[in-house]
Design a protein around this ligand. Structure first.
Ligand code: FEC
Length: 292
């Protein structure tokens, strides 16, 4: 059976001038206050994104390396920017794919995040190819080992982080927070790290309560407990994007400075060959029942 992979990511604007259209896509037609758009534009500008965006180059590097590792076509599809998930699906179908593996570059399942990727891919394939979708890979042994290697031997207090989501997901029985805590527990155990905690990050001002504690408040709590060295391990993300380079490297670092805490973060997986091997093994396992 002819197989292809659609590798999906959140998406990031290619140029500064794309930010309004990108933000409109994220908001899905709901209104955007002018000051919120200005704030977002200024965050991208301060990261030096004017005419090109290094994150999109990292995603392409990851895609190409995964394709080489697997020996089957891999197409990038973005949830909120180009190439869209629908374009990736069209390319897979045009190449004759009869079976598509859908893998999101975000390891934890939430109906609010992962279902959006799945719906876009399902709709675009429209039954012209079978779909094997990886819902979550938060407890994948390769991922756990990869992250454990990043924190092993540290003397700092490790703070695992992930994107916050509206708190109502807990009433809906969403497994997102449990999966995050499971990843953190597995990684800490494998690295033999006992001094750790978990916090959320990157909450959006949507007017409803989001899951906490937020990392900025959490740093204050840690300082009061006497913690002076923190290593941030953002388990909810795999690349150097805005949520890492702004929310952690800028905002959280500034807060840590104010509090007299030394804050470092792990190097993100990006296109590290060991991480690409983790992704390849996940695709291999998704294909195993089909190959059998
Ligand atoms: O570097 C980049 O250009 C893109 C970085 C980026 C990633 C990312 C990942 C996740 N998000 C998740 C949930 C939400 C919800 C809202 C929301 C809003 C934004 C905005 C930007 C943004 N997110 Fe994001 N997210 C990234 C970027 N995100 C920019 C809009 C401005 C702002 O609030 O700062 C609220 C939507 C709304 O307003 O209704 C909800 C989740 C993830 C992790 C899973 C994944 O990667 O899909 C969950 C990377």
């Amino acid at each position: 059976m002819k197989t292809a992979v659609v590798l999906m990511a959140y998406g990031s604007p290619d140029r500064l001038e794309d930010v309004p259209a990108y933000y409109a896509d994220i908001r899905g037609g709901r209104p955007i206050a002018a000051h919120q758009l200005e704030d977002l534009v200024s965050r991208y500008r301060r990261l030096g994104i004017e005419q090109s965006n290094p994150l999109n180059a990292i995603t392409e590097e990851t895609r190409a390396a995964l394709q080489t590792e697997l020996g089957i076509p891999v197409f990038t599809g973005m949830k909120h920017w180009t190439p869209h998930i629908s374009e990736a699906a069209e390319r897979a179908l045009a190449g004759g794919a009869e079976l598509v593996v859908g893998l999101v570059l975000a390891p934890h399942y939430s109906r609010l995040s992962i279902d959006g990727y799945k719906e876009q891919l399902d709709r675009a394939l429209a039954g012209h190819a079978a779909l094997t979708f990886v819902d979550s890979w938060h407890d994948d042994p390769g991922l756990v080992s990869f992250l454990a290697d990043r924190i092993r031997g540290t003397d700092a207090h490790v703070v695992f982080t992930a994107h916050s989501l509206p708190a109502r997901i807990l009433d809906e029985g969403d497994p997102y927070r449990d999966q995050l805590l499971e990843t953190a527990t597995l990684v800490a155990a494998e690295a033999d790290v006992e001094d750790w905690s978990f916090s959320f990050q990157s909450e959006s001002p949507t007017g409803e309560p989001w899951l906490g504690p937020d990392i900025l408040d959490h740093l204050t709590t840690l300082e009061a407990r006497g913690v002076r060295d923190v290593l941030v391990c953002p388990i909810g993300f795999v690349s150097d994007h805005l949520e890492i380079r702004w929310d952690i490297d800028t905002e959280a670092c500034d807060r840590a400075d104010e509090l007299g805490i030394r804050l470092e973060r792990i190097e993100m997986p990006n296109a590290d060959p060991a991480f690409v091997a983790v992704l390849a093994a996940i695709v291999g396992r998704a294909l195993a029942p089909v190959a059998a």
